[in-house]
Design a protein around this ligand. Structure first.
Ligand code: NAI
Length: 264
């Protein structure tokens, strides 16, 4: 439909075909955008991202999203290639505590810092640098991906729950500053559990997926559904939607009880 004709954007976090960011990159390209792909150097070593870069005619820049130096280099390339950019997807999350099965009541606090640094503070860093460098065109759009554990208790989501709460808060507060400065909007999308590398790392993931499927009148939102919403938020049709957390969850977050789950 050409929803993003002429727009230029940066997409983080595409690891493989399952990644939500992978679908966003494919759709952004199909809708007419030019994109720059980035991921952590360790993820690039897998080599999968080259396929996506080829498919979408885009360049890849390795950047650890916790490193201001790396992010500055990423933005140098973006400025050289595009001048200014119109959209940014933050699709980055990782908890060592979750990955190593450390209990929430016995967190390793060094790892907790890492969780926040990678999953939340990186979002602030990406926005702060872009803000200071005046990287965005007016009416630009920034989106980060979140999960309903920011509002409700999902014990096995562990320290990622607070990481997502922080991420959503950054969208609201930075949304104010970026809106005032350059009419740039900042939103988060709270997505259903989705079978990806990051998602599957959570203990009992399959059970969470099944539970959410039964709890959601429309069923779980897929990575494709999430990508469609990202495209909508990057497009000109959502210019005055900002500082919001939008649920892409088939209705899950509004449910109280599900007759399907009660076996009724
Ligand atoms: P994924 O594993 O495909 O993507 C996560 C990405 O984060 C990977 O590409 C990884 O290389 C990148 N990453 C990790 N550390 C990094 C660092 N230091 N610097 C730069 N990149 C780094 O998994 P998925 O599910 O596509 O995750 C994308 C986002 O969606 C994450 O924020 C995740 O928390 C969120 N999300 C995922 C859900 C799910 O069930 N899969 C549900 C709701 C939100």
């Amino acid at each position: 439909m050409g929803l993003l004709d002429g727009k230029k954007g940066i997409i983080t976090g595409a690891l493989d075909e399952q990644s939500i960011a992978w679908k966003v990159a494919e759709k952004a390209h199909a809708e007419g955008a030019q994109i720059l792909l980035t991921n952590a150097p360790v993820a690039l070593r897998m080599g999968k991202l080259n396929e996506l870069a080829e498919k979408t005619g885009s360049q890849i820049v390795g950047a650890d999203a916790t490193s201001l130096e790396d992010l500055n280099k990423l933005y140098d390339v973006a400025s050289e290639q595009f001048g200014k950019v119109d959209f940014l997807l933050h699709s980055i999350g990782m908890s060592v505590n979750v990955r190593k099965g450390k209990a929430y009541t016995d967190l390793n606090y060094d790892w907790l810092q890492k969780t926040y640094d990678i999953s939340s503070i990186s979002f602030h860093k990406m926005m702060q640098l872009a803000y200071q460098r005046d990287l965005f065109n007016e009416w630009g759009s920034i989106v980060a991906l979140s999960y309903v554990a920011a509002q409700r208790t999902f014990p096995d989501y562990s320290d990622m729950s607070e990481a997502k709460a922080l991420l959503e808060s950054y969208a609201r507060t930075f949304g104010y500053y970026y809106g005032k400065k350059a009419k740039v909007r900042v939103n988060t999308i709270s997505q259903s559990p989705t079978p990806t590398t990051a998602g599957s790392g959570v203990k009992g993931f399959q059970e969470m997926l099944d539970f959410a499927e039964k709890m959601s009148p429309l069923g779980n939102a897929t990575a494709d559904d999430c990508a469609n919403l990202c495209i909508m938020l990057f497009s000109n049709y959502t210019r005055r939607i900002t500082m919001q957390n939008l649920y892409s969850d088939g209705g899950f977050s509004s449910m109280g009880v599900s007759p399907e789950l009660l076996g009724a």
